[in-house]
Design a protein around this ligand. Sequence first.
Ligand code: BGC
Length: 413
Amino acid sequence: MLSFPDGFIWGVATAGHQIEGSNVFSDWYKWEHQGKVKNGDTSDIACGSWENLDRDLEAVKALGVKAYRFSVEWARIEPKINRFDDSVLERYRDFSKALTENRIQPILTLNHFVLPQWFSEMGGWENKENLRYFRRFVSRIVESMGEFIHYWVTVNEPNVYAVMGYLTGEWPPEVKDMGRAMKVLANLLYVHSEAYDVIRESNPTAMIGVAVNMMPFFPLRKFHPGDRLVANYLDRVYNYSYLDSLMKGSIVKPLGEGEAVPEIESKLDFLGINYYTRIFAKYSKPLPEIAAGNEFEKTEMGYEFFPQGIEEVVLKAYKRYRLPIMITENGIADKSDARRWEYIEKALSGLRNAMDKGARVFGYLYWSLMDNFEWKEGYSMKFGLYETVQESLELRPRESVAKFRDFIRDSLK
Ligand code: BGC
């Protein structure tokens, strides 16, 4: 039996757009309605959470967890530029309050990929001038629900956002341009830093971090110098360039030219790591290739089943930054639930190893509470501890619910 320290934060995670439904003023909503998502799916219904927050709360409570990570949707709060919807803010506030009354820590993500359509039309994160709107949005959140939030995740996976939206162009706004991708990633440093300042001003003890997606990169041919070079390069750019910049207070290459920006420095109270799998890299011209490993079988997402990689990722990040770490996401798409618990246990045992070797880890959040709208994959990917029954919107516990609950209970004894 694995044991975890007293006070370790067990929890589950979701994101607004993926669960709420009818986020009609958002860039994703518009994009989905152009038929861009697998099977023509749209987030119109998602999990219907906007109308069923009590149901979600009950599902979280039944797990016996101490924390719930969710995100607020800016497009709901400010559907048109300068027009704020107070009833929306109130609802998020009530939900945060209800969580705390039930002794569940709300962990709040301010931006989880999705933007208001008006903001994206103004150039989104590509245009640094736009940051003032984000700053104002964050002030509204802090004013209305800040008193209930101790843990803040300013930006979810800036690296994934830049890659999917601006490099491979698989997500809105479908740009395929390395230079623009790096610019967006660099601007997301200021997004974090601005949010940090706004939160800090009103709450001197809040814990403020970002959640970065991390993967170990392996050379495809173990001893091939080119493959090793590419693996190291991708490791540095994908896993660390964003965080290095924040820690050093300079925009490191290839996000920038190493220029000093002291105003962004040392604004991380903890590091959120989202871990799913590992990647193999191959030297080739004109561009390097990457692929999922095939030593172990693939999960439904096409990722290699490799939960143990969390150990390496956590240890390396801890050695590099010495920041307390929370696993803000970890999970598997597994419709039949046949391998979910094995995946979680292996990840937890890797995490335990990293902690035994000195990494300071203070929480683990499973992704996700329930099956939800998995971006370009629509409803085809089932990450949930609970199955979301599409017709009735009932949350039906999979077997992993009891396993996770019992594990947490025993670990807290
Ligand atoms: C994202 C989630 C997503 C999950 C599973 C993470 O990259 O933060 O929104 O659902 O991975 O693919």
